[in-house]
Design a binder for this molecule. Sequence first.
Ligand SMILES: Nc1ncnc2c1ncn2[C@@H]1O[C@H](COP(=O)(O)OP(=O)(O)OP(=O)(O)O)[C@@H](O)[C@H]1O
Ligand code: SF4
Ligand SMILES: [Mg+2]
Length: 353
Amino acid sequence: MLLNNKNNGHLVEVRDLFKHFAIEGSEDVVRAVDGVSFSIFRGETLGLVGESGCGKSTVGRCILRLIEPTAGKVSFEGRDVLSLDKADLRELRREMQIVFQDPYASLNPRMRVEDIVGEPLVIHKIGTKAERRDRVADLLRRVGLDPTYSKRYPHEFSGGQRQRIGVARTLALNPKLIVADEPVSALDVSVQAQVVNLLQDLQGEFGLTYLFISHGLAVVEHISTRVAVMYLGRIVEVASAVELYARPLHPYTQALLSAIPVPDPQRKRKRVVLEGDVPTPINPPSGCRFRTRCPIAIDECAEIDPDLREIFPGHSVACIRVPGWETAHPQITQITQIKSAQSDVAPKSVNQG
Ligand SMILES: Nc1ncnc2c1ncn2[C@@H]1O[C@H](COP(=O)(O)OP(=O)(O)OP(=O)(O)O)[C@@H](O)[C@H]1O
Ligand code: SF4
Ligand SMILES: [Mg+2]
């Protein structure tokens, strides 16, 4: 069961996060993440959704510090993740784990399942050999696998089973946060729901908090407590899942949502087809970066770079044409773009309120 967000506070806070990748032989940078702020409440599942290349995985990797952000702040239970030294970061990694998209690539083909799942325990010197064996058997059972399979190798399993092995491994150290980066995208549609259900069950059992990354809104609908929608390195809308699916405000969210078939004819949505390709994150459009594909763009959209503003309680959107946006309170600060991936100067904030 999900915990009450309000009473349990933030597990993770991300503020003004930037990740710019340098391009060899060029002064330009890839603005993969370009000023993103959000929180993850203890016990919730925050869905992070957007098209390929919008920066979802980069956000997830920056939170775990698998890559170093260019600028910004990440805190985990109040601890400043980005200032931790190697030893402290190693300790923190016990509490933050990642499940990858591709269960084929993420498991070492030359290791037996028992060694894959038990490896984090060995690395962190937890338990005796016998205790570790028992723990691995227990973890395999919890993810729905027969512990007698523990001597087998990854290639002897189906895609869904391999993802279960990956999940068992992430649970070995009793983490608090799991970043699930498109954990079912590479699986057959028929087993996707099984793995999502498993993650949901484990959440209640282990008191887990998830950042659940997906390129479509359909996958995260039932598992998410709240959903954040990303476009070209920015979050353009965030709301509770119930609210977002019932009342999407941003034209991009509306387009993503309109692509999901709805069985109930009463709730039929008009299909919004987005024209054109996603612009390059090396040189995003001026003003609102969605304007080159937005069906309701006006001239001002080329001038104003809208920040996220809270239109309804807990429901924020970055679009000048959403009624109420102009007078709403900015939820976060509007960030001036930073110039270089190597810059160690924190970006300046410009309050548009
Ligand atoms: N190591 C890197 N070096 C240079 N550019 C990178 C690197 N990693 C990611 N990028 C670029 O950053 C942008 C965001 O990538 P990211 O992988 O975060 O997107 P994503 O939303 O996870 O996409 P997908 O749905 O395809 O996984 C893309 O333009 C990508 O090409
Ligand atoms: S600000 Fe303009 S371009 Fe951006 S989403 Fe709103 S209407 Fe579309
Ligand atoms: Mg990705």
